[in-house]
Design a protein around this ligand. Sequence first.
Ligand SMILES: [Zn+2]
Length: 485
Amino acid sequence: MHRLTALTAFLTSLAATATAQQTPASIDTLALRAHTYFLSHDLLAGRGTGTRGGRVASLYLATAAARIGLTGAIAGGFYQDVPLEAATLDTVATTLTLTARGPSGESRAVFHAPAEFLPNAGTAATLVSFAGSVVYLGSASDVLAHADRLPPLAGRVALMAGTLGGFAAAADTLRAHGATGILQGVATASQYDLFVASRGLTRMYARSEDTATSFAASLPAVLVHPDVVRRLIAGADTFRVQVTESLATRTLPARNVVALVRGSDPALRGEVVVFSAHYDHLGFSTPDASGDSIYNGFSDNAAGSAMLLAIAQVVAASPPPRSVLFLWTTGEEMGLLGSDWFVAHPAVPLDSIVAVINLDAGAPPGLVVTWNVQGGVHSSLGPTAAEVAHRHGWEVHLQPATPNSDHYPFHRAGIPTAFLVPAPAPYEGMTTEASRALQRHWDHYHQPADEWRGDFPFAGLARYAGFALELALEVARGPRPAMTR
Ligand SMILES: [Zn+2]
């Protein structure tokens, strides 16, 4: 080693020590490494919902939780069964047919799944065939903004720009106006291909009717390739569309993992702070260019699952006055299935839950100093998160809750929620450009390359977990958060 290199290495190790001191000392970074390593291992085959790999992941979480002193929160056990139905598309019988009547007679075009269109998340009631004349309505936010000025929709099919995203309520509006279904025009071919590759041909939903669906639209909805969208827009108002869906269903034994640390104060331990993170992922799906077909979900969401265990380790060692419940959900990727189920069948009374902190935003490869707190605008939990962040000199943006992760069903039930998300801003000590390059290097959202690597820097994940821990402890001993809007 050159002397200069040795000096650099020494200085780097000093810097690393300084960085480590800024991260809450209580988060065990080695535990984060070990848990993410196991959970995202190829042997778990991408932890598909209701598969053996997913079940092994739940066994690991329950075992690790017991090892650090947590107790099962479901009649003394750790598992909450979430009975699901899995519906797999018959790609031959599932078609989208356009019929246009022009001066020269009738023309027909038939499109096929999944290359040209793809049924989106749904339930037994919405994974069905639908038909009607096509009407173009713009984006989901347009629909909500102009709900009073929509054209007649009874018996018609709504063509929309983009997916529903945070505007799921647009489907309810269209349904109320009598629309029969939604064609969601995906903006780019690469986005469309990502949907097809990562979602595959199987849709899942709860088998019980008493479970609300927070993610799936209340109308049949299909994703449409941009090439087909262009044709549709050119001829909207003259086209009639028939979407024929054929699916084969089977039951699937999925489960949530639910563990508890009882509060230290007998007067407050009946109130509960909930941590949520989904532990299963996409399983096997379309191979990438290298031939890898295992969607390991290291960042999404082995990272969040590991954070819950690392946080639980600290909480169990010194319980705060209120109880803390750790909920590892199943089926988030399939449409918030485990969290919807938990809210419909809660392990503790819903009105005893004082706050929900959700972790599902991936593993930041740098030290985050700017956070988005999704759901933070609706309750005093948001300002409390901001206070905690400000102590460290971090910045916080409070945002509305949207149905993009497991906090949302709790939000719908009127419970204060915070989904902590690293903002797309420079990491500590880095330029915008360098931070973006680092993000690009590590971000493989919903791809087989989202997998464990030995050189991943875990300091950012430790800080993320530390922030969540500090917020939870604040809430578990401070005033009960209140909904504000
Ligand atoms: Zn996720």
